[in-house]
Each structure stands twice: as structure tokens, then as C-alpha cells.
Design a protein around this ligand. Structure first.
Ligand code: 3YE
Length: 190
């Protein structure tokens, strides 16, 4: 099994979906580490409750993005990580970090990319009057939310949806998509 780290900043619900899927004997990866840039992220405790080592690396003490990302790589190397799954990790990664993990790092984004890279995706989909929303798993490249698409899931926008109700519906789709897309990605690694 590939040794996978999940990077998160919040509740860690996608991390939990990955960790639960990875319990299956035939899953091609194991979640060996949950890492958060926010020490207070509930996802860290959720990981520990599943027996997954969890660490926080807050950004504050670091002089710049490169220094932070170097520390991140050092932790990942300590855990012999082979692949990275970003799951609600709210930092832009430096070109150096992206190069170090090139072809070995994926992200889940709550829109049907190339629509709505960046933040506030659900509000933007509603403002545009879209009939469909969804989520995308993509390879992480230097440009934010612009890497090759590995998988997508669609949901219908319902009358009366708010950003919150739409986000909740998309999140359910994320929890189904991400374990499948990560498995296919891991099976394709050298
Ligand atoms: N980095 C690169 N390429 C990608 N990070 C993510 C995807 C992805 C990536 O495809 N190179 C919001 C982050 C956006 C933001 O601007 N954050 C600030 C604040 C960080 C903090 O709170 O300390 C920042 O400077 O990074 C994951 C999704 C990133 C979402």
C-alpha cells in the first residue's frame, strides 16, 4: 500500500472518508498522517480517534512560504510519505513544494473545474444560475486549482438552495468521489 498523508485545515470530513475507504484490504493506500496548518482543526482529533497520527504545523512562526513548505516536506519525509491528498487544506503551495511532490499530490475542489477555481465556489455557482454544481479531484500543479482533472461528481442545484445547502449536497458527493479518485490515482503511480 502507498503511504498517503492527508493535509487539512478544518473538520476533516474528506480525510475521514479517505481513512474509512482505506480500511478495505484491497485499497491501494493507507493514511499514515494527518497534517494541519491549524492546530485547532477538529480534523486532527478525528484522525487520532481513528488511530491515525496527526500533527499541526502552524504558519505563524515561519518567515515565508518557502520556509513553511520546507518544514512541511521534512515532516512528510519523516513519515515516508509517498503521496499527498489535500482535503480542505487552505494554503497555496510554493513552486518548490509542488516540484518536490510533482505527480504525487492531489486536491479535491468544490466546483466543476475549470469553473470557479479559488474560494466561495458555491455562492459563485448560484450567482451564475448554474443548474449543476459538483466537485473535482485534480493533480496539484503550481497554478491554483488548474492541474489535470482526475475525476468529477455532479449534483443538481435545487430551487431555494443557499451556498450552505448546496455545499452540504456537494460535500456528500466529495465523500464518494475522493476515495475512488485517490484509489485510481494510487494504482497508476510507478
Ligand atoms: N497550491 C497550488 N496548487 C493547487 N493549494 C491547494 C490547491 C492548490 C494549492 O492546485 N500551488 C486560500 C487558499 C486557497 C489562501 O489564499 N490562503 C492563504 C492563507 C493561508 C493561511 O491561512 O495561513 C495563503 O497564503 O495560502 C489547496 C486549496 C488552497 C485554497
Amino acid at each position: 500500500k502507498r503511504r498517503v498523508a492527508v493535509l487539512l485545515s478544518g473538520r476533516g470530513t474528506n480525510m475521514l472518508a479517505l481513512a474509512e475507504a482505506a480500511r478495505a484490504p484491497d485499497y491501494p493506500g493507507e493514511i499514515v498522517l494527518a497534517l494541519s496548518n491549524r492546530a485547532a482543526a477538529p480534523g486532527l482529533e478525528a484522525a487520532r480517534a481513528m488511530g491515525i497520527p496527526a500533527e499541526a504545523l502552524p504558519g505563524k512562526p515561519f518567515a515565508d512560504r518557502e520556509a513553511y513548505d520546507s518544514a512541511l516536506t521534512a515532516i512528510l519525509e519523516t513519515h515516508d510519505v509517498e503521496a499527498i491528498a489535500l482535503a480542505g487544506f487552505m494554503r497555496i503551495l510554493s513552486p518548490q513544494f509542488v516540484r518536490r511532490w510533482a505527480g504525487r499530490m492531489v486536491n479535491i475542489h468544490p466546483s466543476l473545474l475549470p469553473l470557479y477555481p479559488g474560494l466561495d465556489t458555491h455562492a459563485r455557482a448560484l450567482a451564475a444560475g448554474d443548474a449543476e454544481a459538483g466537485c473535482t479531484v485534480h493533480l496539484v500543479t503550481e497554478e491554483l486549482d488548474a492541474g489535470p482533472v482526475l475525476g468529477q461528481a455532479r449534483v443538481a442545484v435545487q430551487p431555494g438552495d443557499t451556498a450552505e445547502t448546496l455545499a452540504a449536497r456537494v460535500l456528500i458527493a466529495e465523500h464518494r468521489l475522493y476515495p475512488q479518485a485517490l484509489a485510481a490515482f494510487l494504482r497508476g503511480l510507478d
